[in-house]
Design a protein. Structure first.
Lengths: 109, 116
C-alpha cells in the first residue's frame, strides 16, 4: 500500500484558512487521493478526493501537485467544528482505505 | 448524504463471551462493507472486507476465527468478536461505499467494546 506522510498536528485561528499538507512520493498513476476527517469518538467523515486536477466542494479544496507526489487540503475559513484529525489516504483499485496517522487540527477561537 | 448505522453504540462484556456488532446501510445497498478497529489515540486499522453473499477477506494478522463477519444482506454486515478478552477492547467502526461509487465511503458512528 502506498504511504502518506502528514504532520502530527497543526494549529489555526478561527475564520482563517488552513492548509494541511500531505506527501505521497510513492503514489502510482491510478491511486486516488482521499481526505477524511474524524471528530472525537465518531466515525470518519469524507471530505474530498481527487486524481490529478484540483478539486473543490462545499467543505474544502484539494490542491494536487503536478507530479502528484504531494497534495494540500485547504479549509477556506476554519471553524471550531473543523477541529478533528484529518487523514490523507491513497486509494488503489482494491477500494480499501488504509489510514495513516493523520494530522490533528486545533482551531483557536 | 447516505447513512450508516451501528448497533450497539457501546457494549461491556465479561472476558470469554462473544459480542455481535451490527452495521447497517440505511438508505443504500452495499455489496461491500469494511470493518476497522481503533485503539485509543491511534489511527484506524482495517480488519476485513465484508462481501455480500461470499466470505469476508481479512487483512494480514487478523484472526478470522476470532472476528467472524457475516454479510447477510445488501444492507447488513455483522462482526462477532468471539471469546472476547480485555485486549479486544477497542472502538470498532464499519464503512460502506454506496453502490458502485467507491470514491466516497460512509462510516458508521462506531461501537465501543469494553471487555472486563
Amino acid at each position: 500500500d502506498a504511504k502518506t506522510t502528514q504532520p502530527n498536528s497543526m494549529e489555526s485561528n478561527e475564520e482563517e484558512p488552513v492548509h494541511l499538507p500531505c506527501n505521497h512520493s510513492t503514489i502510482s498513476g491510478t491511486d486516488y487521493i482521499h481526505w477524511y476527517r474524524q471528530l472525537p469518538s465518531q466515525g470518519p467523515e469524507y471530505v474530498i478526493h481527487g486524481l490529478t486536477s484540483n478539486v473543490n466542494n462545499r467543505m474544502a479544496s484539494l490542491a494536487i501537485a503536478e507530479d502528484r507526489k504531494s497534495s494540500t487540503l485547504i479549509l477556506h475559513r476554519a471553524t471550531l467544528r473543523d477541529a478533528a484529525v484529518y487523514y490523507c489516504i491513497l486509494r488503489d483499485s482494491s477500494y480499501k482505505l488504509i489510514f495513516g496517522s493523520g494530522t490533528r487540527l486545533l482551531v483557536r477561537p | 448524504g447516505a447513512v450508516v448505522s451501528q448497533h450497539p453504540s457501546w457494549v461491556i462484556c465479561k472476558s470469554g463471551t462473544s459480542v455481535k456488532i451490527e452495521c447497517r446501510s440505511l438508505d443504500f445497498q452495499a455489496t461491500t462493507m469494511f470493518w476497522y478497529r481503533q485503539f485509543p489515540k491511534q489511527s484506524l486499522m482495517l480488519m476485513a472486507t465484508s462481501n455480500e453473499g461470499s466470505k469476508a477477506t481479512y487483512e494480514q494478522g487478523v484472526e478470522k476465527d476470532k472476528f467472524l463477519i457475516n454479510h447477510a444482506s445488501l444492507t447488513l454486515s455483522t462482526l462477532t468478536v468471539t471469546s472476547a478478552h480485555p485486549e479486544d477492547s477497542s472502538f470498532y467502526i464499519c464503512s460502506a461505499p454506496p453502490g458502485l461509487d467507491y470514491n466516497e465511503q460512509f462510516f458508521g458512528p462506531g461501537t465501543r467494546l469494553t471487555v472486563l
